[in-house]
Write a protein that binds this ligand. Structure first.
Ligand code: NAG
Ligand code: ZN
Length: 448
């Protein structure tokens, strides 16, 4: 039962009880079928390493058919279908709206779940399934919002595209990355795109205007090998320890800013040691009386576009892996926080971006609240679209929900799911009715 239904029921209180019963009944039936469609999608196992993309594609195509949306199945890479749906606007010359979601989910450890991860069991109103938060909810909420807008005879001024992309959880290279750099995408003339956000444990929805970029660093120390009983300077282990101590001091300084409430998680540089590799293997473990001549450590570093990535790189070269300490380093992955013009990749979230105000207004209209705009702590597909200069907002309408993406027992409450549909209905109405000029859209892009 959603809020809209309750309001209708309240306003009918004065009327006959029979009629009240009738409205109650039809609302409940409608909600039930909305939830069962969500369950149907969740039951399709699209977990890596072998996501069932074709079944997901067939499901989405059948939904699109029931909504009379134009459909296109694109395989940038064979057997990795991207489904693109289109609801044409009355003015196709205006920049369009793109609603993106990924169809894949991360793997599960089924025995650690209280409910099977691909059965979408409802327990006390909570729908348990891998993908219930990340992000099959959002994909279907887009479609349910469209279903309701169509039922109310709404006609969009701008064209609305809905994309269901593969492979986000493994980097998006065969999905969103190829899509964003395709001619198909250029021809869509996208003015604003929505992608995933995160659940919020409190009342406030979370809105994301940028994301941190990964720098996966491996540092390597060398030094003279020697007897395990001998004390001498400049061993590989000692040289590596000095680096690790330096990294730890930096890490603590960043974490302190978050703990003190000075910065949010996405605004600081995160650095976590993910491996240590050293020692001379023996049949029973490691040789215990030998100091090795090499030692390595790996770090997952995430840099927000508001940080100075160049100075971080200097810190790595001078403090974390200095040649003077016989150290070398390499990046397993390094994504720049800057675009080709050297500007940080982020979506304006102030008065210069009219879409942001429309989004906030729509959330208010749906009687919901949102917190301060944030930087997404990890990576999403939105980065590929921002890199193209398209404003992109990360938003998954899940308030009062524990953050369980990639966790065991991922769930989303049924009422929260239904509420999200209402929110998207307001957002789409606001976006698709807006007369914001093409020029203005281009201006936003230039600013970025
Ligand atoms: C670096 O390696 C050279 C050559 O092995 C050695 O002489 C020097 O002491 C080392 N320096 C440090 C700081 O490890
Ligand atoms: Zn996701």
């Amino acid at each position: 039962m959603n809020v809209g239904c309750w309001r209708r029921i309240e306003s009918l209180m004065a009327m006959s009880y029979f009629f009240i019963f009738f409205v109650f009944f039809t609302c409940t039936v409608a909600d039930d079928s909305i939830v069962s469609r969500f369950q149907e999608y969740l039951k399709i196992n699209t977990a890596h390493p072998s996501p069932n993309y074709h079944e997901a594609a067939n499901f989405i195509l059948s939904q699109a058919k029931s909504l009379s949306l134009e459909t296109q199945t694109i395989e940038f890479v064979k057997n990795k279908p991207l489904i693109l749906l289109k609801w044409s606007g009355k003015n196709p010359n205006l920049p369009s709206i793109l609603l993106n979601s990924h169809t894949d989910v991360v793997p599960v450890e089924p025995h650690k779940w209280s409910h099977p991860p691909f059965e979408a069991t409802i327990d006390q109103g909570n729908i348990y399934a891998r993908g219930s938060q990340d992000m099959k909810c959002v994909g279907l909420q887009y479609l349910e919002a469209i279903r309701r807008l169509k039922a109310s005879n709404f006609e969009p001024l701008r064209t609305i595209y809905i994309s269901f992309v593969p492979d986000e959880e493994i980097g998006g290279h065969d999905g969103a990355e190829k899509f964003a750099s395709s001619n198909i995408f250029d021809e869509m003339n996208v003015g604003i795109m929505l992608d995933e956000g995160l659940a919020s444990p409190d009342d406030n929805y979370r809105l994301f205007y940028a994301e941190r970029c990964p720098m996966w660093l491996v540092i390597k120390a060398t030094g003279a090998p020697g007897h395990g009983a001998k004390l001498y300077d400049n061993t590989a282990m000692e040289n590596l320890f000095k680096s690790i101590e330096s990294v730890r001091r930096f890490r603590a300084s960043q974490l302190d800013l978050v703990k003190a409430g000075v910065k949010s998680e996405g605004e600081v540089v995160s650095v976590n040691m993910v491996f240590l590799k050293a020692g001379t293997p023996s049949p029973t473990g490691f040789v215990m009386n030998l100091q090795p001549s090499e030692a390595q450590a790996g770090f997952d570093i995430r840099v927000p576009p508001v940080a100075d990535q160049a100075s971080l790189e200097r810190r790595i070269a001078e403090e974390w892996a200095p040649a003077s300490r016989n150290m070398t380093y390499e990046f397993k992955q390094k994504v720049s926080v800057y675009d080709k013009n050297g500007k940080p990749i982020l979506t304006a979230h102030d008065g210069s971006n009219p879409w942001w105000a429309l989004l906030e207004g729509a959330i208010h209209k749906a009687n919901r609240k949102f917190g301060k705009p944030e930087i997404f702590p990890a990576s999403t597909d939105a980065r590929y679209f921002r890199l193209k200069g398209v404003p992109a907002i990360g938003f998954s309408p899940m308030a009062n929900t524990p953050i369980l993406l990639h966790d065991h027992n991922e769930f989303l409450n049924k009422e929260e799911y239904l509420k999200g549909i209402e929110v998207y209905e307001h957002i789409l109405k606001a976006f698709a009715s807006s007369h914001v000029e093409t020029k203005k859209d281009e201006a936003i892009r230039d600013e970025l």
